[in-house]
Each structure stands twice: as structure tokens, then as C-alpha cells.
Design a protein around this ligand. Structure first.
Ligand SMILES: [Zn+2]
Ligand SMILES: [Zn+2]
Length: 325
């Protein structure tokens, strides 16, 4: 990891904005990226969870002004194609599938830059930015771009139709913790399973029952199961989903071919959901939980580092890190 000098991005379309990131958080995928454990060889600009100040807006931008503080969705989405209008902002028709900040080749072709930068171009500013109150600490809110939104979608849409408000979170990293916090905020009982002592301590403070262990075998049946771990845990997640329940997988399996017990899933009528979160569509819901005081996002920032230390801090981070300008 190193700083590189590049030309400033420019306002090349009327719908675009230029923003200056003030806080950038690492996502669970940034550690595998740094280790070289993804199919995205470097070098490329990193960072895709960020809070920024608007610097300049194109003439067609309606909702933003220079000086506004915003969270920017990590996925590029236009806001007006059929999929965006349906809330499927992870799969906007206007850009290639996977288009996002800070992930190199994982974004399938186009490079939109990374958030660890002095200036970031937001191609569809009104659609991608969510305005924030200035009194909220940016380091904790950077997760809105991705992991907070991801945590929200794993539980919130499924709780109203669940047989009971019981959620099992097989966690590894911040998405599982956000899922736990959001489920608790929405009144659910949560069991949180993670081998990490610190994660379990956070989940306990949130009010979850915890089991400090890697997910194995089968837990008591739950109507909602959230999985954010590796391929071994996914079997446990599916087998711990109760009849008529929902199993939401937020983890990425670069192995591609992973076995699922389909007979058992069929017999129990398990709904299996996987895929990237529709971040922009979920962001306002997660923010609403924060501004109404039901969710404290600062619980999950394990480390902070000053902006200029980004190369060393990003290389060495072993849990959720926020760079703060
Ligand atoms: Zn991410
Ligand atoms: Zn779109």
C-alpha cells in the first residue's frame, strides 16, 4: 500500500459531483484484498465505505450543494433505471454488473477509484449520496456505504414475516455485528456465534446471547439465520434455519462451487438469499435507526488512524479500521 499521485477527477457529466472523503472504513473484504486472497490483483485504489464533503456539483444535480456532508453508496447506481427504481441498486442497468469503488477487478472492468483519495468522482450524485447531519461522527457512519446497509438487509426485511423474532448470526467481521445490532434495535432476540473474543464482547454489550466458537454442526432452529463466514459455516447456517425460515448469506465465496443440503432445504421450505446488498436502497433505513438513537454505530470501529498513515494502517489492520482526516 502506498500513496500515488494521479490527475484530479473532473466533473465530466452534469449529474456528477466531486467529493472529499473525511472518513473511510475498511470492509470485511479489504483484508482478503490486502492479503491477495481475492481474484483482484493489485495495484488499484482502495476504500469503498466513506463519508465525504461535497466539493463541486454538476449543473443537473438537484439535492446537493458544496459543503454538504454525505455518505456515498459503494456501488455505482443511476437511480432512474428500472432496477434502481425497484430498489435493486446493486445491479444498476447503467453500469457493468459489480461497478463499485475500491475493488479493482472485482468491479468487472470499469475503474471508479477508491475512497482513500483526496477527491472522488460520484457519477450519479443525487442517486448515490445520502445527506448526513454534521453532528454525527463520520468515522462510525462510513459503514453506511456498505456494511451497515448490508447488516440491515440481512434482518430488517425478514423480521415482519418471521414466525418469531429470533435471529441466529453466524458472524465473522462487521456485517455480522451490524446485523446483530440492527436485529436487537428492531426488537429481536439474537444468538451470535463467532470465534473472535472481541466480536463476542461487542455482541454481548448489544444484548445478544453469544457463543465464542467457529460455527459447526447445527444450532437450534431459527426463523432467520444470517451467515457472514466461510464455506464451512454455510452448511451450519442452512441446517440451523427452521421450517419456512430465511437464510441470508452475506459472505463471498471465491471458491464458487459450495455444497448446500438442498433436500433438507426443500423439505423445510428454506428461503436462501445471497448476493450483494442493495446498499443505496438500504442506507436511509440504517441511518434512520442511528438518528433515532436505536443503533450506535460507533461500537464497531475497532481502530482509527490518521489520514496520512493510511498505507501502514490499511496494510496492518486486523479488524474494522476507520481512517479519519
Ligand atoms: Zn464492502
Ligand atoms: Zn440504475
Amino acid at each position: 500500500m502506498e500513496w500515488r499521485e494521479v490527475p484530479d477527477p473532473i466533473l465530466d457529466t452534469p449529474e456528477a459531483a466531486l467529493v472529499r472523503p473525511v472518513a473511510v472504513a475498511t470492509c470485511d473484504i479489504d483484508r482478503p484484498i490486502v492479503r491477495g486472497d481475492t481474484p483482484a490483483p493489485g495495484p488499484f485504489p482502495v476504500g469503498h465505505e466513506f463519508v465525504a464533503d461535497v466539493v463541486e456539483v454538476g449543473e443537473a444535480v438537484r439535492d446537493l450543494r458544496p459543503g454538504d456532508r454525505v455518505a456515498v453508496a459503494f456501488q455505482i447506481s443511476c437511480g432512474r433505471c428500472p432496477r434502481c427504481r425497484a430498489g435493486r441498486t446493486a445491479n444498476c442497468c447503467a453500469v457493468p454488473a459489480g461497478s463499485a469503488y475500491g475493488m479493482g477487478r472485482l468491479s468487472n472492468g470499469l475503474e471508479f477509484g477508491g475512497a482513500v483519495a483526496d477527491l472522488v468522482r460520484v457519477p450519479y450524485a443525487d442517486a448515490m449520496c445520502l445527506r448526513l447531519r454534521e453532528d454525527l461522527a463520520p468515522a462510525a457512519l462510513a459503514g453506511l456505504s456498505d456494511n451497515l446497509a448490508d447488516g440491515w438487509r440481512t434482518v430488517a426485511p425478514h423480521l415482519p414475516t418471521a414466525a418469531e423474532a429470533h435471529v441466529l448470526v453466524l458472524g465473522a467481521g462487521s456485517i455480522g455485528l451490524y446485523a446483530t445490532a440492527i436485529a436487537v434495535a428492531l426488537g429481536a432476540e439474537v444468538t451470535f456465534v463467532d470465534p473472535d473474543e472481541n466480536h463476542c464482547a461487542i455482541a454481548e454489550r448489544l444484548g445478544a446471547r453469544t457463543r465464542q466458537e467457529p460455527p459447526t454442526g447445527r444450532y437450534e432452529s431459527h426463523p432467520i439465520v444470517v451467515h457472514t463466514g466461510d464455506r464451512h459455516g454455510i452448511q451450519t447456517a442452512v441446517r440451523s434455519t427452521g421450517s419456512g425460515g430465511v437464510c441470508v448469506n452475506a459472505a463471498v465465496f471465491f471458491e464458487n462451487l459450495v455444497e448446500l443440503p438442498l433436500l433438507e432445504m426443500y423439505a423445510k421450505g428454506v428461503t436462501f438469499i445471497t448476493g450483494r446488498a442493495d446498499a443505496r436502497a438500504a442506507m436511509p433505513h440504517a441511518l434512520d435507526l442511528i438518528t433515532s438513537g436505536r443503533l450506535d454505530p460507533s461500537l464497531f470501529v475497532a481502530e482509527t488512524a490518521p489520514w496520512e498513515d493510511a498505507p501502514a494502517a490499511w496494510t496492518a489492520h486486523h479488524d474494522r479500521l476507520a481512517l479519519v482526516r
